[in-house]
Design a protein around this ligand. Structure first.
Ligand SMILES: [Zn+2]
Ligand SMILES: [Zn+2]
Length: 349
């Protein structure tokens, strides 16, 4: 191996992720998000009787204030380092979804007896499995995210994500490695259990509908809203639609520094869990003035100490102080909410 190959080798996993069509971090889903943003803003200007000027729309989508913000540079660094290392870390430490699924299915077979072969057409069984595993991912994310906002030690880790002061799709990568690791394991656990129940109920022959080796419903989420949830383009879902699906505006409220928005909209692609649990906050049609970020940092929130070291140290301190299940101290409450997309790329039906 040449010196150049050696130096470039850590970037190979990053390139693979960026070029994988099913990855939440791919350049293709980013391109789709840009096109949706462009079409949305053009439509909004047209409805208001204003001229559609492509250059003005491009400036609205990628404003200099956001692009040149220190928060964005920190996200970029996190993105490069995370893509090169995080996959290996998570892959090594995550519990096995298929092992849990097989265990749950075997337990149900012993407890309830062998499952009767379902009589429904295969397309129905496959559709049911596709939906079940998609719901499992979303529920797993909601449970994990709720815990991150409720348990002080976990909030200290998750706070790194909320310290972003401007929102771009790069914020998807601004997740503390331990936060990602816990999410990946929680997802594997929930998907494993629900997958095992689905396996028992639907039979082993039922398989998910996939495209690029990814659950098609997950793929729709990745291409339609996942990237735009970390952007400052206000696309709100309202009415019943907004109670079922998490729009980009829902997640922007989650990141808001306004205490009125703390701990709202904890879901990933679906709003139903927040609706059921009372944490749903519907976005207004017109964009409010929002500020993003958290206060009370000991160090620069966009440096290594503030983003990587302090969250881990503060999480350990919170554990040692036996505050694991107590209410966060005043002043340390989450300023808003968010999701962590990296594990989504690892989700396979
Ligand atoms: Zn959050
Ligand atoms: Zn977020």
């Amino acid at each position: 191996m040449t010196l150049v190959q050696t130096l470039l080798s850590p970037l190979k996993p990053a390139a693979a992720t960026l070029l994988a069509p099913a990855s939440i971090s791919s350049i293709y889903s980013l391109g789709a998000a840009l096109m949706i943003a462009f079409a949305w803003l053009a439509l909004r200007r047209k409805r208001r009787g204003r001229r559609v000027i492509p250059k003005a729309l491009a400036r609205a989508i990628l404003p200099r204030r956001v692009l040149l913000h220190r928060s964005t540079f920190a996200d970029l660094a996190y993105c490069v380092i995370g893509l090169a290392t995080l996959g290996a870390i998570i892959g090594w430490a995550v519990v096995s979804t298929s092992w849990i699924s097989d265990g749950v299915a075997a337990f149900l077979a012993r407890w309830l007896g062998p499952s009767a072969e379902p009589q429904a057409p295969k397309v129905v069984l496959d559709g049911a499995r596709t939906l079940a595993l998609f719901l499992a991912y979303d529920l797993g994310f909601f449970i994990d995210h709720s815990l991150k906002h409720r348990i002080p030690a976990l909030w200290e880790l998750h706070k790194a994500h909320h310290s972003a002061e401007v929102l771009t799709p790069l914020v998807n990568f601004r997740v503390h490695p331990l936060d990602s690791l816990i999410l990946a394991n929680n997802l594997a656990l929930v998907i494993g259990v629900i997958g095992g129940v689905a396996q028992y109920a639907l039979g082993r022959k039922a398989v998910s509908f996939t495209l690029f080796d990814q659950n098609v419903l997950m793929l729709a989420y990745i291409y339609l809203t996942a990237q735009l949830q970390h952007s400052e383009i206000w696309i709100p879902f309202t009415g019943l639609w907004g109670r079922v699906f998490m729009s980009p505006a829902h997640h922007q409220l989650h990141h808001s520094a306004d205490p009125a928005h703390f701990n709202c909209n904890l879901g990933a692609s679906l709003a139903i869990w927040d609706w059921l649990m009372g944490s749903l906050r519907m976005p207004p049609v017109e964009p409010p003035r929002l500020a993003f970020g958290v206060s009370g940092h000991a160090h620069d929130p966009h440096g290594v100490m503030g983003l990587v070291v302090d969250p881990a140290v503060n999480a350990v301190k919170a554990l040692l102080l036996s505050r694991v299940f107590s209410k966060p101290a005043a002043g340390s409450e989450p300023p808003s909410v968010v999701r962590a997309p990296l594990p989504a790329a690892d989700f396979k039906p």
